[in-house]
Design a protein around this ligand. Sequence first.
Ligand SMILES: Cc1ncc(COP(=O)(O)O)c(C=O)c1O
Length: 370
Amino acid sequence: MDVLDRANALARAGRIVYHLEVGQPSSKAPQLALEAAQRALSEQVLGYTEALGRPQLRERISKHYRTVYGVDVAPERVVITTGSSAGFVLAFLALFDVGQSLAMANPGYPAYRNITRALGVRPRFIECREAGQFRLSAAALATVRDIDGVLIASPSNPCGTVVCADELLRIAGVCTERGLQLISDEIYHGITYETSAQTMLAYSPDVVVINSFSKYFSMTGWRIGWMVVPEWMVSTVERLAQNFYISAPAISQVAALHALDAAPELDGHVKGYAANRKLLMQALQCAGFGAMAPADGAFYLYVDVSPFGLESSVFTSRLLEEAGVAATPGIDFDPVDGGRWVRFSYASLQSDVERAAAAISRWCGTLKQG
Ligand SMILES: Cc1ncc(COP(=O)(O)O)c(C=O)c1O
């Protein structure tokens, strides 16, 4: 957020800034969703909806699991939320008491640890390093004792790593054996390259899956997402959601229903991310960056900047000031070793990623000469 503020200040002062720090698509919501929202604005009241979400949308998400993953999920288990961010709050509150512990990968999305701490739940890190290709595994989970649950994200932010189906099965097995609550953040599903991501619902009847229309569906600002919860959790989550949020925005629920039919348009965006990914990967490798996490999915490259001899927040600050490229320092994602790593997002337009890649290469060249 500090990088974004500074990048915006530079842009306001007339500098050209390439935004490789933002974790969101540069595209609009899909056309079908926009048209449905426009119709709803003129024809519907758009008041509160059911706390669990509009029945039609819950049914359609249930169908999504059948068609995309071949998994049966009763619509009654689907809960519509104000983005996955609300899903985390609801899940953590429903599953954990104050003082309990939730294990999660490090590096990882910072809101996981911030939300758990705010709710009095203790985050416990599972170190996911180069040796394990930055992927959370059943073996790594086995090294963490005295925990009450585990949160897995595949594809992950910031690494973009996907956990394969066999490993998901093993992780689900460990959770059943040890009686751990399992939460699966599947927000980057649909955005994968040379692989695909299976839902944890295929392996665990008790998992809480959290998903969103923000990333693949290109609807960050619509604040709409969903959870799939075990039957025994539905009424708890319903009461929490009713009290916290009343309901997710009605207009966004209308749009989301139609976004689920927009695969041809949305898959076109994924093709664009794939081209950006290839281009940026090549540029960073040539520019002398170190190791890179396997970017199986999402739209991030997580790379080692230690060959340049700068700590990551110094690196990103100078990259922004001197080359006009905004990127995110690894310390945001990893309090232990984040000083070595930087996350580049390639969700922008291809022309911007191309120009940003050229600016990074030039600037890294001057660093090496200096
Ligand atoms: C891994 C991950 N989970 C969840 C979120 C939150 O997304 P939203 O609340 O827009 O659904 C993000 C946002 O960047 C993310 O990267």
